[in-house]
Design a protein around this ligand. Structure first.
Ligand code: ATP
Ligand code: MG
Length: 250
């Protein structure tokens, strides 16, 4: 579904490479979490996949097609919500469909259903300024889901939520994913979240990113939170925390 072949990238005005000779593959329908210390280049990795930044060398393939020559359809939720202040919440959620001139009526109905599921129904006629950070993030997340894209790139979608809402959202996301069967790349700082959600974890442990250490999560779906208490899972959690701790410079 997604392949990196010797990809090298740096920002124009920076001398340091962010990504160097990176190879990795993601299969269709995988749920992959990406964890790594702040500033290691996780968001940049997404920007490169989306074609928002141009790579220096190498190739990126989506569905075996080189993205240099074709623009794949990818759902993206950036780290910072990009809600339009002068559109109300409902209007914000179906914005991408409006841009693509898809069936607005159908999109609107779907958007309303999602808003209800997320407990945001009564805010649908309010504006982004009237919502808390966590609520805005939920709206932004709904917007990404509504695009129906086969690949979703989610950049810390739940980081601004309180602990309980976060757990509810994680369970909700897994349920969605089991129905939609899309391929998800999910950036998070939260090791437990990565383990609970994903089939595989990519650990970024060097800068520039030259390889991604793959950790398989030995749990079947559907998952329940109690699975996190299994000894083999606690062991993986401990190893990941230690691995990340080593990379943090105080
Ligand atoms: N538009 C840009 N121009 C120049 N440098 C940038 C740009 N965006 C990010 N960087 C730099 O690239 C590096 C990686 O940033 P990036 O945002 O990808 O990290 P991250 O792993 O997502 O961090 P965090 O976990 O804090 O979100 C940082 O050193 C950052 O300063
Ligand atoms: Mg980031």
């Amino acid at each position: 579904m997604l392949n990196f072949s010797k990809v090298t990238f740096k920002y124009k005005d920076n001398k340091d490479y962010i990504i160097k000779d990176l190879n990795f593959d993601v299969d269709k329908g995988e749920f992959i979490s990406i964890i790594g210390p702040s500033g290691c280049g996780k968001s940049s990795l997404f920007r490169v996949i989306l074609g928002l930044e141009k790579i220096l060398y190498g190739q990126i393939f989506v569905n075996e097609k080189n993205i240099e020559y074709y623009k794949p359809y990818i759902g993206y939720m950036p780290q910072k919500d990009l809600l339009i202040p002068w559109r109300n919440i409902l209007e914000n959620t179906y914005l991408p469909m409006e841009i693509q001139t898809k069936n607005i009526k159908k999109s609107k109905i779907e958007a309303e259903k999602f808003l209800k599921d997320f407990g945001l129904e009564k805010y649908k006629n309010k504006y982004p300024k009237d919502l808390s950070g966590g609520m805005r993030q939920r709206v932004s997340f709904i917007r990404t889901l509504l695009t129906g894209a086969e690949i979703l790139l989610l950049d810390e979608p739940f980081s601004a939520l309180d602990a309980i809402t976060k757990i509810a959202m994680q369970e909700w996301l897994l349920e969605q994913w089991s129905n939609l069967k899309n391929t998800i790349l999910f950036i998070t700082h939260d090791v437990e979240e990565a383990i609970f959600l994903s089939s595989k974890i990519f650990v970024v442990s060097n800068k520039p990113i030259t390889d991604l250490k793959e950790v398989i999560v030995p749990l079947k779906y559907p998952r329940i939170r109690k699975d996190l208490m299994k000894p083999e899972i606690l062991k993986i959690k401990e190893e990941l925390v230690n691995e990340l701790k080593q990379r943090v410079k105080l």
